[in-house]
Design a protein. Structure first.
Length: 265
């Protein structure tokens, strides 16, 4: 015979009969929460735990199609009635839901920062490297903060500079808008590198990019690649600006003048 200490009784996962039968109690709780004429048919009940049952009712509100009311009832041990534990409105499979919330760091797009707006730089932005690392890269965020504080206090220069990834991303953006493959560049008489309005960038990026200073160009004030181009190139001279018209075949201006004079006589 087994010892009483080792004997266990497996209770079946049966729904509590009293809580399951209290449909009217659950419906009344849903009506109190939703208001009159907002609670529909009883859709069923499920066991949530021991003496814990949730009843479901259809939602009749036109703004919540596909949603349902869920009323959870609980029954205390040896009690003969169930009491309301919770009332919530839940979406079903066909419910219309709001779009998934996306953090601002994933929503932000180029050009979104306007006048008066502030955008915090992420502490681990891969586009930036420490401007002064004292011979080694910081291993922890605390070390990075300490280094930036020293740089600020001693005036050693910029606290952060573009990383290799940051430069590569910038080059991709500039080439897509002011590179050699644009329609404007393909029809240009010469590349930007030979234009008098071209101001080359300094440093590593200057090998491939510069800024346009031609007020009449659509690229004015933008970074352009050396092989970009436009129709406002400085080497375009006056005799090339206009398009010569073919010779006149018939001058009907005299006939037109005579006809108009006869009309007003």
């Amino acid at each position: 015979m087994a010892s009483p200490l080792n004997w266990t009784c497996e209770m079946p996962d049966r729904i509590d009969a009293i809580a399951a039968a209290a449909v009217d109690v659950a419906r009344q709780a849903a009506i109190v929460e939703a208001g009159p004429n907002q609670v529909g048919d009883h859709l069923g009940a499920i066991r949530e735990g021991e003496r814990l049952v949730t009843h479901f009712f259809a939602c009749l509100h036109p703004g919540y199609v596909g949603w349902h009311w869920a009323v959870t009832l609980a029954r205390a041990s040896r009690a003969r009635t169930a009491t309301v534990d919770d009332v919530v409105l839940l979406p079903g499979n066909e419910a219309l839901l709001a779009p998934r919330w996306v953090p601002w760091s994933e929503r932000i797009a180029p050009g979104d920062v306007g006048p008066g707006m502030l955008m915090a730089t992420p502490p681990e932005d891969p586009r930036l490297d420490p401007g002064y690392s004292a011979g080694s890269d910081p291993k922890t965020p605390e070390e990075a903060i300490e280094i930036r504080a020293v740089v600020r206090e001693l005036g050693l220069g910029r606290m952060r500079v573009l990383s290799k990834e940051g430069r590569e991303l910038a080059c991709e953006r500039w080439l897509s808008t002011h590179g050699p493959d644009t329609a404007e560049a393909r029809q240009a008489p010469a590349p930007c590198a030979s234009c008098g309005y071209f101001i080359r960038l300094r440093g590593e990026l200057g090998a491939a990019f510069g800024a346009c200073a031609n007020t009449y160009s659509s690229s004015d004030g933008h970074v352009v690649s050396i092989d970009h181009g436009c129709g406002a190139h400085s080497d375009v001279v006056e005799d090339r600006r206009g398009v010569e018209l073919p010779p006149l075949l018939w001058d009907d201006s005299a006939d037109t003048h005579e006809a108009m004079a006869s009309v007003f006589e």
